[in-house]
Design a protein around this ligand. Structure first.
Ligand code: GLC
Length: 748
């Protein structure tokens, strides 16, 4: 009785104290009750048990490998185990055989789907459809949580403006606003409207600036100024924190000389202090240990101390915390209070996910959720909306009545594994529907398949058989691009042309004199200028996932009208890197200067151009950001603003009429760009501030009204304060970042 009485008193006391000490508001939605439970558990923990919670290990082997460590409370989280029976056993050992019975956080890289695989995130961004992306993330959470996975290392928010970087595939492209909208959508999708047993804690990563790796070489150093961080790279993370993201992962890169995992400025000062983030911060895989390679720490004890001082809660696979924190506390190098704070953040997430009440899953029931018809339907719709029509000389949509014979060729026509894209660990290729399979089903008896190349890298000089087959066909559908392994982590490329002899295949097919429709599946925007003349149409599909085949057939036949838009700039050549739409003007903005082919004979030493461009490739991309064709055409008219002069508390009220002037129903992604003409810093020539998908029937017109708070024009200026600076602005409403005529307005 005495012991029980003591526990009741202590928990009431703790509840009172924690209510008083409870933060004003929790970014992850904690409550005084949760905080009281956190304090109650923490108060019972030994130093060793606290350290154990801060340790994450990669499982995926035999459960007995870790049984002893689990019993001792030396593991707080595992990743890479997806067998629900094994996950249940891991949890059982923790709960029944460890002293405090604290459940594990079970994590996996569920990046664009668990079993049902969606287009890679770069493709999802091309849909410009946050609602659909949220549905996809919710689907992934339903499938993952049903097997015991309650933490995903997604979404990746790394803005990428260098397609040589293989991980461009995993993010939402080059633009801060688009990235922000996708981030918010995925956090909502993974975690759900409210946290329940189908929730997976989102993990916003990689904090921060990882996509700006010098040379586009993965893991390379970045050199972003604080202004670039605050105006370009941090806003998506801040928005995701405000959306309730429960966890965050630090990045491998050092920025301006400081590796993120030991970077007090970004983790403690900005994330914790400025934004008030009270979720869990985990390192990337051994990124703590890699600070030794960086030359930022002398040994594991040193880097463990640095990571803790920065505010990192959990160590993924360095074992620096497990090996050294006890000694560091005992010798006074670190305070146990710092460990307490880390363990609070970990316990808070575990309590909020309901892991103490629901640590186990019903493995049998979980199987029925995987690949559910409604999941495949969402994946199909996502793949349809993610594809971008880059060229169409009129061959698309296919006129099915006139088609008697289709030649299907190319290394990506029937690539069930590679079509899933990078980071699709758990997508089973047996479930993939490839374009070939979908075409054979749609056009029974009419499809001839000659791969012509066994892989994207195969080199060949002759294509006699496939050219002969093309002559006999009514249309050639070529599926090209790159295998999944050629993008993603550690897979940077210095040459972005179609690999192997894919371009030569297109050249050969052109000679056959039949229409050629090229569909390109890739993890990045490849440089395809040389291939354009050899194709009558090009559909670009960033690795479209499980349902890519039916999606592409629905698009090629016109059952679905393409609506995707480029989430990144498509370059003419890799030598143009970096080239992105929201660049600054420079003192010498390009205005169509003399190009190589126009240089007069015996040109003297005079300058051929006085602006910022390339003599051989100019300064314009092949396709700009936000670009994508449709089978129909859209007209923007009667664009107007409600006022000429605004103050910061106003909203820009934009009116326009959008008309579908073609003969197909279709969806347009209406985009609004703004330019701040003069600032305390030089400002981008354009910045996306709004987009929306508008569906119009053929011939239909619709008056649209778009409202953008003037406060959205704020930026961190010369004085480091975020505000809207008065002055002249321009605004464009168009179907891509290079179109439209600007209107002017003033902010006072
Ligand atoms: C990898 C990636 C990270 C991933 C983690 C766990 O190295 O950088 O994005 O979540 O390790 O697999």
């Amino acid at each position: 009785m005495k012991r029980l009485h003591l526990i009741i008193l202590s928990s009431a006391f703790v509840a009172m104290v924690s209510c008083q000490s409870h933060k004003v508001e929790s970014t992850i939605g904690s409550s005084p009750e949760v905080e009281a439970r956190v304090e109650r558990i923490l108060s019972q923990m030994t130093l060793a048990e606290k350290i154990g919670q801060m340790n994450q290990v990669s499982a995926g082997g035999d459960v007995t490998n870790y049984a002893e460590a689990l019993r001792k409370g030396q593991i707080g989280s595992i990743l890479n185990e997806v067998d629900p029976e094994k996950i249940n056993e891991y949890q059982r050992i923790c709960i029944e055989e460890s002293r405090l019975g604290i459940p594990l956080l079970v994590a996996r890289d569920i990046i664009h789907g668990f079993h049902t695989i969606f287009p890679i995130p770069l493709g999802l961004a091309a849909s410009f459809d946050p609602d659909l992306v949220e549905q996809g993330a919710r689907t992934a959470a339903l499938e993952g949580s049903a097997q015991g996975i309650r933490w995903t290392f997604s979404p990746m928010l790394d803005i990428a403006r260098d397609p040589r970087w293989g991980r461009m595939a995993e993010g939402s492209g080059e633009d801060t606003f688009l990235d922000t909208k996708m981030a918010e959508a995925m956090v909502r999708g993974y975690q759900g409207a409210s946290i329940d047993t189908t929730s997976m804690a989102a993990c916003i990563k990689h904090f921060v600036g990882y996509g700006a790796a010098e040379g586009g070489r993965d893991y390379n150093s970045t050199n972003l100024t604080e202004r670039q961080l605050r105006n370009i790279y941090l806003p998506p993370f801040e928005a995701a924190v405000k959306s309730g993201a429960m966890t965050l992962m630090t990045s491998f890169n050092d920025n301006d000389g400081v590796p993120s995992t030991g970077n007090i400025f970004i983790v403690k000062d900005i994330l914790r202090e400025e934004w008030g983030f009270d979720g869990l911060v985990v390192t990337d895989w051994n990124s703590m240990g890699e600070m030794i390679n960086h030359g930022f720490g002398t040994d594991k004890k040193d880097v463990a101390k640095k990571a803790l001082e920065a505010g990192v809660d959990m160590d993924m696979m360095t074992f620096g915390y497990l090996s050294h924190l006890e000694e560091l506390v005992r010798n006074g190098s670190v305070k146990e209070a710092a460990l307490d704070q880390a363990v609070r953040n970990i316990l808070r997430v575990k309590i909020m996910l309901g892991l103490f009440e629901h640590p186990y899953v019903n493995a049998e029931a979980g199987k029925t959720v995987q690949y559910a018809p409604e999941h495949l339907e969402t994946a199909l719709k996502s793949a349809e909306e993610s594809a971008i029509l880059l060229k169409n000389d009129g061959i698309l949509p296919l006129n099915e009545e006139g088609i008697r014979s289709i030649l299907v060729t190319g290394p990506m026509a029937d690539a069930p594994h590679d079509q899933l894209g990078t980071w699709a660990f758990d997508g089973q290729k047996e479930h993939t529907v490839t374009p070939l399979k979908a075409l054979q089903e749609r056009f029974p008896g009419k499809v001839t398949f000659i791969p012509a190349l066994s892989s994207s890298r195969e080199r060949k000089t002759r294509f006699d058989d496939v050219v002969a087959a093309a002559r006999r066909a009514d249309v050639v559908l070529a599926f090209l691009g790159e295998e999944a392994i050629l993008s993603g982590e550690a897979h940077s490329l210095a040459d972005l042309n179609l690999k192997g002899s894919q371009s030569e295949l297109l050249e050969a097919l052109k000679l056959a004199g039949k229409p050629v429709v090229a569909t390109i599946m890739a993890g990045r925007p490849l440089t395809i200028e040389r291939d354009l003349p050899n194709c009558d149409a090009i559909l670009y599909s960033f690795h479209p996932g499980t349902m890519g085949g039916p999606a592409l057939v629905n698009l090629i036949t016109g059952d679905v009208n393409p609506s995707g838009k480029t989430p990144v700039t498509f370059l003419r050549t890799v030598g143009q890197v970096p080239l992105y739409y929201s660049h600054t003007m420079t003192g010498r903005p390009y205005n169509g200067e003399t190009l190589l082919d126009d240089i007069p004979p015996e040109a003297g030493q005079t300058s051929l151009g006085n602006t910022s461009y390339y003599l051989d490739y100019g300064a314009y991309p092949l396709f700009p950001f936000g670009f994508g064709l449709s089978y129909t055409s859209f007209d923007y008219s009667r664009i107007s603003l409600d006022k000429d002069v605004y103050d910061e508390g106003d909203c820009l009220e934009i009116s326009l009429t959008l008309s579908n002037t073609g003969k197909y129903d279709g969806t347009e992604v209406v985009q609004v760009y703004v330019r701040d003409m003069v600032g305390s810093l030089t400002r981008p020539v354009k910045e996306l501030k709004h987009f929306e998908r508008v569906y119009l029937k053929a011939g239909e017109s619709r008056d649209l009204r778009i409202s953008i708070p003037v406060s959205e024009l704020a930026f961190y200026g010369l004085d480091g304060i975020k505000k809207v600076e008065p002055g002249e602005f321009r605004i464009w409403v168009a179907g891509d970042s290079a179109s439209g005529e600007p209107l002017s307005f003033t902010v006072e």
